[in-house]
Write a protein that binds this ligand. Structure first.
Ligand code: ADP
Ligand code: MG
Ligand code: MG
Length: 874
C-alpha cells in the first residue's frame, strides 16, 4: 500500500519528488543531526490523490496524518489542544522545485481561545501568546478562508496609530489581546462562523489549502514561466513550532552561504529579533545584516556558521537557509540550493571547482542556461553613465542595466511591453500578483523590502535588473507617480536602474553590448569541452553575424535572404521584381538586386571567418513586400512608370486567403526560376570572391518549404547548373552543398526520398510546429492562453519543441535521412534552437548542430554541454 505521510526522520534528500524540496531537506538535516523541529511530510502523491478524489483527502491519508501527528506529539511531549502543554505547528507547502512566495505558510496552528490562555501562563509571556494567536488568525483566514489580510492589517495599523507607535514590537500584551479580540470579531463578521477552535480541523483545513494553492493562478503563472509540470503536485510539511517572537533573546532570519548577487564567499543574510516567520522578508521592519549577529550573540553565530558550512559541503552548492532562535537556542527551518544571479552562478561554479568540491561537469550543471541571458544584455555606456545624475540609491538586489519608462502596475507593464516599449516596474514592494509584470519589465524598483524581499528574490531568479528598498523614493501606485527630492516622475517618464550598484537615475541612459570574458569565458570554455552539438546562429546581416561569432557561434544555420530586401533603398527593386509582368521585366529587376545580395553574402562570409554559412532562398509570401495603402501604391506606380490601376490590380491579384500556406518557399522558385538563378549567382560569386582573399568558404544552399522530392530536384538542378557554370567560368574550385528545410510534415515522412537529393536537412521547427498542429503561427497567441488555463497545454509549442508530436517527426526524419545518406548533416534553425530543453532534445535525436539568434548562442552552448554530460553521445 502506498505511504502518504513520512516523519522527518524517515526521509532523506533523495526523496525530493515524493517529499518536495523542503520536506526532503528537512529530513536530510534531521539525519545530519542538526537542530530541526520535529514533524512530518504529507507527500506530493497525496496532493495528486486529493485532486483525483475530487478535492478531498481520502480516509486512509487522514488516518496516516493522525498517526504521524500522534508520534510527533509523543516525541515532543506536547499535545494538540492541551492548554497546559499545547502542541503548535506550522503548515508549510513544498513542491519539488522551489517556488518562492508562491504558496503560503501557516504558523502557530493549534491555538484557540483556551490554548492561548494556557500558552500565556506556561510561558509567562502573554504578549507572545496573543501575538502568536493574532498571527495565526490572520494567516488562517487569508490562506484557508481567502479573507484578504488587509482586513486584519487595518485593525493592527489602527491599533498602532491609537497608541502612537510605529512597530508591532511596541505593542504590549493587552494591546495584543485586544487585537486578537477584534480579529476574531472580524473573522466572524466576514465568514459568518466562529473562528475554528478544534486544532485537528484547523490542521486538515490547512493541509487542503496547501493542496488548493498548487492550482491558484499565481502558482500556475510561475510554473508556466519556469516550465514546472502541473502533475508534480506539492507536499505539505507539518512541523512543530519554535518561536522567534518570545522576546529579545529570540529571533528569526534567512541567510545564504555565499553572496547571491556576486557569489563572494561570505555568510550573507538578514535577521530580526523578536520576530516570526515572514517578518524578515515582508519589509515591514528593517532587518539587520547577519554579520551583526556575531556581535549580538557570538555563540549562536558560531553555531550557525558551522551548520551553514556543513550544509554547503554536504550539498556541494551554495545554500539558502532559514533559521529561528528561541530563547537563545538555534533551530534550522529550511535549506535549499540558493537562487543567485548569473554572475554569482558563474563565480560559485568556478570557485567550487577550485575548492575541490565539484568537478567541471558538475559545475556546468549548476548553471542554468537560461540564466546566461542576463549577462548578455546591454550594460550602461560608461561615458553616458558618468554624465547621468543619481537621484537615489537602493539595494543592488539583482544586477544589470535597465532603462525604460516608469510604470506602477503589472498590468500597465504588460500593456506597454506588448507595444514594444521598455518599462521599469516601480512598486512600494512586489507580491506574487506582480510576476507577469516583472517578467516583461527591463527592471524592477521598489521603495521597501530588503535583499531577500519578494522583488529581489524573484528578479534574481528571472535575471531581471532590480533595485530594492530605495527608502528615499515615495511611490504612489494608484496615482501613478513617484517622488524623490521633491521631483515627480510620472508614468511613462524614462528612468534607469543599475542593479549592480543600486543607483537610480531619472533619465534614459545609453547602453552598450555585453561581452563574454572573465568567469563567463571560462565556463563557456568548459561547456565547449563537453558538448557534442555544434552551435550556429541565425543571422541576416554582418552586424548580427559578428555579434554571434563573438558569442561563439560556429557558423550560420539560417540566413533569411528576404530580410535583406526590406531596407528602404532595396525594397523598390524587390517590388519591381514582384509586379513584373514577364520574365524580361523580372530579370531587369533581379539584375538590380544581384549586386546588393552578393555584397550581403560577402559580409556574412567574412564575419563568419570560414565557418559554414547556410543561405535560405526566398521564402515569404510576396505580398508582404507590397504596399497596401493607395498613397504608397500611387508612389510606387510613378517610380515604376506604370499606372496606379495596373499596380493596384497586381497587388489585389497577389492577395491570398492563407498566405502562410500559400505561394511561398520553394513554390516561388518553381514559378519564377530566375529568382533561384539570381540567388545562386550571388551566393557563388561572393564565395569565389572571398576565397580569392584566402578564406575557405563552402556555402550551404537551403531550399525552404519542400514537401515533395520533385520540387527539390527541380530547383536543385537550376542551382547546380548556375553554380557550376560560374565556377567553371572563374576556373576555381569551390565546394558547396544543396540541402533543404524539413518543415512540412510530408517532407519528414518521406525524408528517405528527400535525402537522395538533399545534402543536409535543417528542421524549420516554426513552420513544422505550425503545420503539425495546424495552428497558424500568427494567430495561435490569441487562443493559446485558453489552452494554458484549461491545462490542455502547459507551454507554448512555438517556444519549446513539442517532443511528443513534432519531435517524433524530427526523429523519424533523422533516421530515414541517415538510412540513405549516412553523412547527412542535420540541423535545426527554428526559434527552438535557443531553448535549453529543445537543445537537449536535438542532442538526443542526433542533430549535428542547432542554430539560434546571436544572443542565445552562449545559452545553447551550455545547454548542449548539459545534454552531453547527462546523456553522452557514443
Ligand atoms: P516559504 O516556502 O515561502 O519560504 P516556509 O514554509 O519556509 O515558506 O515558511 C516561511 C517562514 O515561516 C520560515 O522562514 C520560518 O521563518 C517560519 N516558519 C515555518 N515553520 C516554522 C516553525 N516550525 N517554527 C517557526 N517558524 C517557522
Ligand atoms: Mg522558506
Ligand atoms: Mg519556414
Amino acid at each position: 500500500m502506498a505511504k502518504y505521510v513520512y516523519l522527518f526522520k524517515e526521509g532523506n534528500q533523495t526523496m525530493r519528488n515524493l517529499l518536495g524540496g523542503k520536506g526532503a531537506n528537512l529530513a536530510e538535516m534531521t539525519n545530519l543531526g542538526m537542530p530541526v523541529p520535529q514533524g512530518f511530510t504529507v507527500t506530493t502523491e497525496a496532493c495528486t490523490r486529493y485532486y483525483e478524489d475530487g478535492q478531498k483527502i481520502a480516509d486512509d491519508i487522514l488516518a496516516e496524518i493522525d498517526q504521524a501527528l500522534a508520534k510527533t506529539e509523543a516525541a515532543t511531549g506536547k499535545k494538540f489542544g492541551d492548554s497546559h502543554n499545547p502542541f503548535l505547528v506550522s503548515v508549510r507547502s513544498g513542491a519539488r522545485a522551489s517556488m518562492p512566495g508562491m504558496m503560503d505558510t501557516i504558523l502557530n496552528l493549534g491555538l484557540n481561545d483556551e490554548v492561548v490562555k494556557g500558552l500565556a501562563k506556561l510561558t509567562n509571556n502573554p504578549r507572545f501568546a496573543y501575538d502568536s494567536y493574532r498571527r495565526f488568525i490572520q494567516m488562517f483566514a487569508d490562506v484557508v478562508m481567502e479573507i484578504p489580510k488587509s482586513n486584519f492589517e487595518a485593525i493592527l495599523d489602527h491599533q498602532k496609530e491609537a497608541k502612537n507607535v510605529e512597530q508591532d514590537t511596541d505593542l504590549d500584551a493587552s494591546d495584543m489581546e485586544k487585537i486578537v479580540q477584534l480579529y476574531l470579531e472580524k473573522y466572524q463578521e466576514l465568514k459568518g462562523d466562529k473562528f475554528p477552535q478544534n486544532p485537528k480541523i484547523q490542521l486538515i483545513e490547512a493541509v487542503k489549502a496547501v493542496f488548493r494553492s498548487w492550482d491558484n493562478p499565481r502558482a500556475n503563472t510561475y510554473r508556466r514561466l519556469n516550465n514546472i509540470p502541473y502533475e508534480w503536485g506539492t507536499a505539505v510539511n507539518v512541523q512543530s513550532m519554535v518561536f522567534g517572537n518570545m522576546g529579545d533573546d529570540s529571533g528569526t532570519g534567512v541567510a545564504f552561504t555565499r553572496d547571491p548577487s556576486t557569489g563572494e564567499k561570505v555568510l550573507y543574510g538578514e535577521y530580526l529579533f523578536n520576530a516570526q516567520g515572514e517578518d524578515v522578508v515582508a519589509g515591514i521592519r528593517t532587518p539587520k545584516p547577519i554579520s551583526e549577529l556575531q556581535k549580538d550573540n557570538p555563540e549562536i553565530y558560531r553555531q550557525f556558521h558551522e551548520i551553514s558550512s556543513k550544509l554547503e559541503a554536504h550539498y556541494r552548492d551554495m545554500q539558502d537557509m532559514e533559521f529561528t532562535i528561541e530563547k537563545g537556542k538555534l533551530y534550522m527551518l529550511q535549506t535549499r540550493n540558493g537562487k543567485r544571479t548569473a554572475q554569482a552562478a558563474l563565480k560559485i561554479a568556478i570557485d567550487l571547482v577550485e575548492e575541490g568540491l565539484l568537478s567541471e561537469t558538475e559545475a556546468l550543471l549548476k548553471v542554468e542556461p537560461k540564466q546566461l541571458d542576463s549577462l548578455l544584455h546591454p550594460q550602461f555606456d560608461p561615458s553616458a553613465l558618468k554624465k547621468a545624475k543619481v537621484v537615489a540609491t537602493g539595494l543592488n538586489a539583482s544586477p544589470g542595466a535597465a532603462t525604460g519608462r516608469a510604470v506602477f502596475t503589472a498590468e500597465r507593464a504588460q500593456e506597454l511591453a506588448k507595444k514594444g516599449q521598455p518599462v521599469i516596474l516601480v512598486r512600494q514592494e512586489t507580491s506574487p500578483e506582480d510576476i507577469e509584470g516583472m517578467a516583461v519589465a527591463k527592471g524592477v524598483l521598489t521603495s521597501r523590502g530588503g535583499m531577500t524581499s519578494h522583488a529581489a528574490v524573484v528578479a534574481r531568479g528571472m535575471g531581471t535588473c532590480c533595485v530594492a528598498g530605495a527608502g528615499k523614493i515615495k511611490v504612489y501606485e494608484e496615482k501613478r507617480y513617484f517622488e524623490v527630492n521633491g521631483q515627480k516622475y510620472n508614468e511613462g517618464d524614462f528612468i534607469s536602474l543599475d542593479g549592480s550598484t543600486g543607483n537610480i537615475y531619472g533619465e534614459q541612459i545609453k547602453t552598450v553590448d555585453a561581452s563574454v570574458s572573465g568567469d563567463f569565458a571560462k565556463l563557456m570554455a568548459w561547456a565547449d569541452k563537453y558538448r557534442a552539438l555544434k552551435v550556429r546562429t541565425n543571422a541576416d546581416n554582418p552586424r548580427d553575424a559578428k555579434q554571434a561569432y563573438a558569442f561563439g557561434a560556429e557558423g550560420i544555420g539560417l540566413c533569411r535572404t528576404e530580410h535583406m530586401f526590406f531596407e528602404a533603398d532595396r525594397i523598390p527593386a524587390m517590388r519591381e521584381m514582384i509586379v513584373a509582368n514577364n520574365v524580361k521585366e523580372r530579370q531587369a529587376a533581379l539584375n538590380k538586386l544581384l549586386p546588393m545580395q552578393k555584397q550581403d553574402f560577402i559580409g556574412l562570409y567574412e564575419a563568419m571567418q570560414g565557418y559554414p554559412v547556410t543561405i535560405r532562398y526566398l521564402d515569404p509570401p510576396l505580398h508582404e513586400f507590397l504596399p497596401t495603402e493607395d498613397e504608397d501604391i500611387a508612389e510606387l506606380a510613378k517610380d515604376m512608370g506604370i499606372t496606379f490601376d495596373e499596380l493596384k490590380a497586381t497587388v489585389i491579384s497577389l492577395h491570398e486567403t492563407n498566405p502562410m500556406l500559400g505561394h511561398r518557399g520553394v513554390r516561388l522558385s518553381i514559378t519564377y526560376p530566375e529568382i533561384a538563378v539570381m540567388q545562386t549567382t550571388a551566393v557563388i560569386e561572393a564565395a569565389i570572391e572571398v576565397n580569392k582573399r584566402g578564406m575557405h568558404v563552402a556555402p550551404e544552399i537551403m531550399i525552404p518549404l519542400v514537401g515533395e522530392i520533385k520540387e527539390l530536384k527541380y530547383v536543385k538542378d537550376i542551382v547546380i547548373k548556375t553554380a557550376d557554370e560560374i565556377i567553371k567560368k572563374n576556373n576555381v574550385k569551390l565546394d558547396y552543398l544543396v540541402g533543404t528545410m524539413i518543415e512540412i510534415p510530408r517532407a519528414a515522412l518521406l525524408a528517405d526520398e528527400i535525402a537522395t537529393e538533399a545534402e543536409f536537412f535543417s528542421f524549420g521547427t516554426n513552420d513544422l510546429t505550425q503545420m503539425t498542429f495546424g495552428f497558424s503561427r500568427d494567430d495561435a497567441g490569441k487562443f493559446l492562453a485558453d489552452y494554458y488555463q484549461k491545462k490542455i497545454f502547459e507551454s507554448d509549442p512555438f517556444a519549446h519543441v513539442d517532443q511528443k508530436g513534432v519531435g517524433k517527426l524530427m526523429d523519424l526524419a533523422c533516421k530515414l535521412g541517415k538510412s540513405v545518406r549516412p553523412d547527412l548533416k542535420l540541423g535545426i534553425c527554428g526559434e527552438h534552437g535557443g531553448d535549453p530543453a529543445s537543445v537537449e532534445f536535438c542532442h538526443d535525436i542526433g542533430l549535428s548542430y542547432v542554430s539560434c539568434s546571436p544572443f542565445r548562442v552562449p545559452l545553447a552552448r551550455l545547454a548542449a554541454a548539459h545534454a552531453n554530460i547527462k546523456r553522452p553521445r557514443k
